[in-house]
Design a protein around this ligand. Structure first.
Ligand code: ACO
Length: 378
């Protein structure tokens, strides 16, 4: 039997063969199906990019129109899902609400015909279409309002912002939001994608796949970091406090949120794009002092930690963009999930194409041959 070295966190161990996305962490390159992220952010839309990831090629004009049409007309959620969500505690985290709602959706589509392309397509469309509606619905319901119906005349991102804020968004804000979704849609074998593939490998339904991935994305070392970035910027409060704050983190060996990445050892290319988007928003809607704090943080962290390859990651500037759009901090990670669901579904499809159930091994380091002690003797 082959003996393998144990690697905590499976660092550097391939868990799948995939042609969905590619990262060069030394050069700061990210590609989806071979196309550079910078080009997609400039020229594509979220739904077109989702199509590219899931079906492997950019759609023709007609294919894109059909896909957009399908997603548009599946945006409404069932009243029974809405009623279930009304029973969720208002103080609960929206990621937990999303995880529960995504799993509950599977109750309505119990046919699990994984060999049927129509079932795959229906599931993809339904999940991409309804996840934003569920996020917006929970936001309104926890404030005591009724959810807003999706608007068929608005495109994907504009409709989400409309459902969230109960008013039509500014076109620049809607386009920037759409680019944010493109930047978050996929990123090779990260924790939530691995989780999705493990769940997919049992041949369960795609709703369970997405629900398990949502649960994994929520942690502060993964998608949850963008919430913590805003908290950190608020705690720092002024540019003058940046250096002492970072010094203190380094002395306590505490991680500085929004910095560092398992793969990138240079600035995350998504952070570079997001920083420019944040600047466009500030130019149109007014300056934000948190941006000055963020820039100073980037300077000081680079000075102190560049030798360890610690630079801003995708979560560092995304929070600033969403904050400027008036989005509540605890919705940042659900928004990440709105985007990433398309990446997870691309991995679900790829996993099914050459499936083998995940069953790694372990190195047992416990005891053996221990006699059972009766309870009164313990
Ligand atoms: N702040 C300060 N030091 C850091 C940071 C950070 N954010 N990240 C890594 N380091 C240091 C570590 O202390 C370690 O130093 P040492 O070698 O002297 O012990 C060295 O850099 C290597 O760090 P690891 O923890 O081994 O790096 P790893 O690849 O395991 O961690 C991670 C990556 C989890 C993202 C980490 O950088 C981190 O916790 N960052 C903050 C949380 C965050 O922003 N997460 C979002 C990631 S992007 C995403 O998931 C979408």
């Amino acid at each position: 039997m082959m003996v393998c070295e144990y690697k905590p966190g499976l660092e550097g161990i391939p868990a799948a063969q995939s042609s969905i996305s590619y990262v060069d962490g030394q050069k700061g390159i990210l590609e989806y199906r071979g196309i550079r992220i910078e080009e997609l952010a400039e020229k594509s839309t979220f739904l077109e990019t989702a199509y590219l990831l899931i079906w492997g090629e950019l759609p023709s004009k007609e294919e894109l129109e059909v896909f957009e049409h399908e997603v548009r007309y599946h945006r409404r959620i069932k009243y029974r899902i809405r009623d279930m969500m009304k029973c969720f505690p208002e103080s609960g985290h929206p990621m937990d609400a999303l995880q529960a709602s995504a799993a509950a959706l599977g109750l309505f589509y119990s046919l699990r015909d994984l060999h049927n392309p129509a079932y795959i397509r229906d599931s993809v469309v339904r999940l991409i279409a309804t996840i934003p509606t569920m996020v917006a619905a929970f936001q309104l319901m926890r404030k005591g309002n009724d959810p807003v119906r999706p608007r068929d005349d608005l495109d994907y991102s504009a409709n989400f912002l409309y459902m969230l804020n109960e008013q039509e968004p500014d076109p620049l804000a809607a386009r920037i939001f759409d680019i944010c979704l493109i930047l978050h849609v996929e990123h090779t074998m990260n924790a939530s994608t691995f989780s999705a593939r493990v769940t997919a490998s049992t041949l369960t339904d795609p709703y369970a796949v997405v629900a398990s991935a949502v649960g994994t994305l929520g942690g502060p070392l993964h998608g949850g970091a963008n919430e913590e970035v805003i908290q950190m910027l608020e705690d720092i409060g002024s540019v003058d406090n940046v250096r002492p704050y970072i010094q203190d983190c380094l002395e306590r060996k505490a991680k500085i949120m929004g910095f560092g990445h398992r793969v990138y050892k240079v600035k995350d290319p998504r952070a570079t794009i997001l920083q420019k988007l944040a600047e466009q928003l500030f130019e149109k809607f007014g300056h934000d002092k948190f941006y000055d704090i963020a820039q100073e943080m980037e300077r000081v962290v680079e000075e102190k930690l560049a030798s360890k390859g610690i630079y801003p990651n995708v979560d560092f500037y995304s929070g600033l963009v969403y904050r400027k759009m008036g989005i509540p901090t605890d919705l940042f990670t659900p928004i990440f999930a709105i985007a990433r669901v398309a990446g997870w579904l691309a991995h679900w499809k790829e996993q099914l194409a050459e499936n083998r159930i995940f069953r790694p091994t372990q190195i047992y380091n416990g005891r053996h041959e221990i006699p059972y002690t009766p309870i009164e003797q313990r």
